[in-house]
Ligand binder design. Structure first.
Ligand SMILES: [Zn+2]
Length: 339
């Protein structure tokens, strides 16, 4: 299977009433474990790289590892996605690398820290949409700001999304899907107590715009058993806490189709590696600790794919090429112009 434009994967998910996990990667093992989980559960998937991940891998390594994942898994619809692009240049880089989906986070300025005005957000997002759609690449925008900081992204303050403004933003920019701030947060220390998410924002946006897929960022669940394993073998992560699965499932029922998960994978990998180091200190072949790390990561990813309802949906539809998606955008803009 070729790489699939993000729009098709998420519109199918919305139709089917399930959510697709978008998992962050930095290296070969993470990509392999996500694809192991996708194969096992027969789930469509987003493999996503942040700007930090692309830098870490000198761009070209991650590109080829993702292409390898697509080649190895011809039956799994997979989008190659840029997480938190910060300007038009980052989108151009991703399109040049062959990504099929790009996020422009215009809720923050290029420094990825300072919140923007609505007009500034529309301006940069529209530029990225116009650029990416020429190549059949789908675009995710963001409106409102999330809490927490991850990979250097985050203002450290939360501004929940205004649903009316979100609906207007979709019209003004033409984004394919939209990340909303509904009370989730990036990182492993999201909350002091179990959070109450503002799912009614998702419901309201959907009432206003119809079938535009919504995205939840900062949606790791930070399971206690994974944190405990990290701490048991010498880690130091007191009071880590995430988003309960039931809240994510409620979001999916309301119109969320893409759920970003990074921290859970990091925890699974770190716990498994720490365990080998602590219990078998004689081992020094990286494969001896990266193999259990990969298995632990695949296990948590497969669990999420089942919990989000994506399992079993890999063969529901014929995947679209970027050229077909490009034709779709062209016909849409022609229809818009003739109105
Ligand atoms: Zn994010």
């Amino acid at each position: 299977m070729p790489l699939v434009p993000g729009r098709q994967i998420l519109e199918e998910a919305l139709k089917g009433g399930y959510g697709v996990g978008a998992f962050n990667v930095n290296n070969m093992e993470q990509i392999q474990s996500i694809m192991m989980a996708a194969r096992e559960t027969q789930s469509p998937v987003f493999i996503q790289a942040s700007r930090g991940a692309l830098k870490y891998s000198n761009l070209v390594y991650l590109r080829h590892l993702m292409l390898a994942a697509a080649e190895e898994n011809p039956d799994i619809p997979m989008a190659m996605h840029l997480d938190h692009g910060n300007n038009l240049d980052s989108a151009k880089t991703a399109v040049g690398l062959g990504f099929t989906s790009v996020m422009i986070d215009g809720s923050l300025k290029e420094d990825a820290k300072t919140p923007t005005t609505y007009d500034e957000n529309v301006e940069v997002t529209k530029k990225v949409v116009d650029y990416c759609h020429q190549y059949g690449v789908s675009v995710e925008g963001e409106i409102g700001t999330l809490g927490g900081i991850e990979d250097g992204v985050g203002s450290g303050q939360i501004h929940l999304t205004d649903p009316v403004q979100a609906a207007q933003f979709i019209k003004d920019t033409g984004v394919d899907y939209l990340a909303l701030a509904i009370g989730t947060s990036h990182g492993a220390y999201k909350f002091k107590a179990a959070p109450k998410l503002a799912i009614e924002i998702v419901t309201k946006v959907r009432e206003l715009v119809g079938n535009v897929p919504m995205v939840m960022h900062g949606s790791s669940s930070v399971p206690k058993e994974l944190v405990d394993e990290v701490n048991q073998y010498g880690g130091k992560m007191p009071n880590a806490m995430g988003v309960p699965i039931a809240s994510i499932q409620e979001g999916i029922r309301s119109g969320v189709a893409k759920i970003n998960v990074d921290t859970d994978g990091r925890l699974a990998i770190t716990g498994a590696i720490r365990k080998v180091f602590a219990t078998e200190p004689q081992k020094f072949d990286p494969r001896e600790y990266l193999t259990p790390a990969r298995e632990a990561h695949a296990k948590v990813v497969a669990e999420r794919m089942r919990q989000f309802g994506a399992a079993g949906h890999a063969k529901d539809y014929k995947p679209m090429s970027l050229d077909e998606n490009k034709a779709f955008y062209l016909s849409k803009s022609k229809a818009g112009a003739s109105k």
